[in-house]
Design a protein around this ligand. Sequence first.
Ligand SMILES: Cc1cc2nc3c(=O)[nH]c(=O)nc-3n(C[C@H](O)[C@H](O)[C@H](O)COP(=O)(O)OP(=O)(O)OC[C@H]3O[C@@H](n4cnc5c(N)ncnc54)[C@H](O)[C@@H]3O)c2cc1C
Length: 459
Amino acid sequence: METVVEPERRLPIISTVDVCVVGGGMAGVFAAVRASQLGMKVAIIEKNDFFGGIATAGNVNAWFSMYDTTGKKKIVSGLTEEVLEELKARGAAQYQQSAGFTTVNTEELKLVLDNLIKKNKIEAHLGTRFCTAFVGDSAASSAVVEFAGVNTGVSCAVVENADGRGVIKAKFFVDASGDAALCRRVLLSYYKVANMQPPTICGVFAGIDGKNAEIAKIVAEHGEEFGMKPVWRGDNAVPGFAKLTVHNEGHVMGYDVSFAAQHTAAELDGREMIDNYLKILRKYLKGGDKVQLVSLPASIGVRETFHVKSLHRVKDREILGGTKFKDAIANGSYPVDVHNPDGSVTIKRLDGTTGTIGTDGVYTEGRWKDEDKNAPTYYQIPFRCLVPDHKICNILSVGRCIDAEEEAFSAMRVMVNANQVGEAAGVAAAIAVKGGYIARDIPVAEVRERLAGLGAIIL
Ligand SMILES: Cc1cc2nc3c(=O)[nH]c(=O)nc-3n(C[C@H](O)[C@H](O)[C@H](O)COP(=O)(O)OP(=O)(O)OC[C@H]3O[C@@H](n4cnc5c(N)ncnc54)[C@H](O)[C@@H]3O)c2cc1C
């Protein structure tokens, strides 16, 4: 590859804060809010012009249960509950009894997140891309990190926005980019799994609600004409709009969207899938001439890219076996839900049952273990899987880039879980700054105590 040399230049320091959060998805916003509530000056960097990440930009609108699998024991509260209550009060969230999840209006979620950021006096940098970070006073390079020694941390994030390039200095950082953008820049250990889950494009449609079975039949019979496969597709209502549905319009397969060119290709192919979907429905669905595309996601929904190697990689058996951790900072009951690269989906529930959606879109039930009266009803997420296993000492990584085996990750990635992990990182970052702790020495008992004090359910 031909190269050019970028000239060295002086960058303005645009802000100096206690805690800098990279990425304003759900995990990032919740981390920022909690750090601020514990007295930190907090900056949050988000490349979109609004907050929420996949929960808004991706049109993903189903928030899973805050109860264990019996539906009786509450295991999640905190900011998740606060945001859902606010959305319900606006008529923008609705519990779907039969499905066991709450659907939300993702546009109103943007407004609720704006209010949270403003109310908590968080310094917001929207339309701002995190570019790189410096360790000490120099640009990060392997030599610097090797030389750095145990107590050296990241000193600043370099960002770029309408004003050009600038620097945000901070004492502690949270990588909530979903793609380990910060951790990769400072050369922390990271990895990608072989069977990375595919991205999916979610459109909002009018005129197809309640017609899933009919649509599946049409795609099976006529899909080839439009280059479509009879893949898995799910739909959720948009609260307050009787006839609007968010449609998970099939996986966009064969791309590793952590590469720029493949990301671009996946966006283009994803939108082509939506276009073909409209064409087939308008041609073959009864009343198809009334089908309308209401909105496309701002970005394709990325389930998985990089994970940061941390002090503990959550094992599949720890999630499926409901392991209780002394350093637990989150509880979850969402099942293992692996979207395989071939388009099939594997669901494993804590009670031992499975659901599989084949590449033909056909759903079958089964078991992954014998019936067990004592099967766990929830699992936990330990604090150690947020703490990078490296000398750089002032970063926690949260949300999609958490350290977990494949099945474990497929359960942990959902919003109610990512949200709690974000809150824990915000609390831990504040404790680190106040107490002068490096990440691996943050007293987790204090994190748990503080979280409980802020309304989290700590079991
Ligand atoms: C298609 C699909 C369907 C899903 N369905 C569900 C579901 O039904 N229910 C559920 O609970 N979960 C679902 N999930 C999972 C869930 O939505 C995500 O895992 C979760 O929202 C991730 O939150 P996050 O904050 O970790 O990451 P993200 O939402 O990805 O947020 C990361 C943020 O960082 C920003 N960012 C990244 N790089 C930079 C940079 N360099 N500079 C500045 N900003 C940056 C991004 O713009 C983004 O806003 C689904 C996911 C997908 C993709």
